[in-house]
Design a protein around this ligand. Structure first.
Ligand SMILES: Cc1cc2nc3c(=O)[nH]c(=O)nc-3n(C[C@H](O)[C@H](O)[C@H](O)COP(=O)(O)OP(=O)(O)OC[C@H]3O[C@@H](n4cnc5c(N)ncnc54)[C@H](O)[C@@H]3O)c2cc1C
Length: 357
């Protein structure tokens, strides 16, 4: 496989495509769900149960390949793999490492990453909406998480950030979906990604033992996971955009619009190659060695690439893309999520303008 592509080598690529391509429309319209896809990938990757994302390049490739067919499942898969990433930071021998992580890796529990506010807190110091009162036995959580996905109670594990009500320090905690006091709002109707079970969550006096605390060292935790977080997000954005270019090329080859739109297509194909190379190089070292600013710029580039590529596909396909169940229409709706997913385009641009170049 050329390094200007992020898609995996032929065998894995074909396995993923054969599974996800025929399901994408059914997932979009709610006739089937995303959990089977998450489980399928867990089995196909067959990774190390203690450190499932160790080969980050393979995770990035897989996310790109799933998004190439089905962005809904790619996003849910990202949530799942991020929770594995967070749990893998827990010490060897800990309850989280020995019991919770393997259960999520086997997809008996599904991972929900509620870290938008945590990442914003790390970057710009915004307040966290969850508070924790610690005592010798554990912690009691109060607060409201505006958005989280993969909310499949009771078998979900959500990871979020909170503020210690006494010390004001931030911490990271895992919350089992069946803990008393976890209340999930009804799932709102969405523009796309309906099957990701996204909604708001209220934590009403949720009582957990100390063993559920992932980290009291908030800056170190964020420092460890932020690289993989941004690289994997960039990867599914890339997969969605790459598919749009492949579809645009098919149409342009056949029609008169080709002459007018071909320069845009060529420019975007070159961009896709550059982004793929940057992701591969950074993911090989799990983001270490790439300045954070570079990873933030990469994620912004990937989002802009994907949204521009999907817009080009729509121009190439023409009026048919406006049919509600047309795959190009689906990609337009899915791509609209990318700049509003945290870190949002506004947050990325804010961070770039407030960090040293
Ligand atoms: C379908 C769906 C699923 C989601 N799933 C998840 C999930 O699984 N996990 C998760 O953590 N989140 C999830 N989110 C939330 C998402 O990641 C973003 O946090 C959210 O969409 C941001 O919009 P907001 O208006 O709610 O945020 P707000 O934080 O209220 O932001 C309001 C506006 O201000 C901008 N802004 C905020 N802070 C800054 C800043 N420092 N600099 C510049 N601009 C700023 C934002 O870009 C936005 O335009 C989901 C959202 C949706 C729509």
């Amino acid at each position: 496989m050329s390094h200007s592509s992020l898609l995996p080598a032929a065998e894995l690529r074909e396995t993923i495509c054969a599974f996800f391509e025929p399901r994408a429309a059914a997932v979009d319209t709610g006739r089937t769900g995303v959990r089977e896809g998450i489980a399928f990938v867990a089995a196909a990757l067959d990774g190390d149960e203690c450190d499932p994302n160790a080969n980050l390049n393979r995770i990035c490739e897989t996310l790109a390949a799933v998004a190439w067919s089905d962005m809904s499942t790619a996003f849910s898969l990202w949530c799942q793999r991020m929770v594995l990433e967070y749990l893998a930071t827990a010490p060897d021998g800990s309850f989280l490492r020995e019991e919770v992580l393997p259960s999520v890796a086997r997809t008996e529990h599904i991972g929900s990453t509620a870290l938008a506010s945590g990442m914003a807190h790390a970057v710009s110091g915004t307040a966290l909406p969850v508070h924790g009162r610690f005592d010798t036995a554990g912690v009691t959580l109060e607060g409201r998480i505006t958005w989280a996905s993969n909310l499949f109670p009771p078998d979900l594990v959500m990871v979020t950030a909170g503020t210690n009500a006494e010390t004001g320090e931030a911490f990271i905690v895992a919350i089992p979906g069946d803990a008393p006091g976890v209340r999930i709002d009804p799932y709102p109707r969405l523009l796309a990604l309906q099957q990701t079970n996204s909604s708001s969550v209220t934590l009403d006096g949720v009582r957990l033992g100390q063993e559920w605390v992932v980290s009291h060292h908030f800056p170190a935790f964020i420092g460890a996971v932020r690289g993989p977080f941004l690289l994997t997000q960039s990867s599914y954005a890339w997969g969605l955009g790459r598919r749009a270019l492949d579809e645009a090329r098919k149409v342009l080859r056949a029609g008169a619009a080709g002459d007018a739109l071909a320069p845009d297509l060529e420019r975007l194909e070159a961009e896709a190659g550059g982004i793929a190379c940057t992701i591969r190089t950074a993911a090989r070292a799990r983001g270490h060695g790439t300045p954070v600013r570079g990873l933030v710029q990469l994620r912004l580039d990937a989002v802009r690439f994907a949204t521009t590529a999907v817009a080009l596909e729509a121009k190439a396909v023409g009026g048919r893309c406006y049919l509600a169940d047309h795959p190009t229409g689906r990609r337009l709706r899915e791509a609209a999520f990318l700049p509003v997913q945290a870190p949002t385009e506004a947050q990325l641009r804010w961070e770039l303008s407030h960090s040293a170049s």
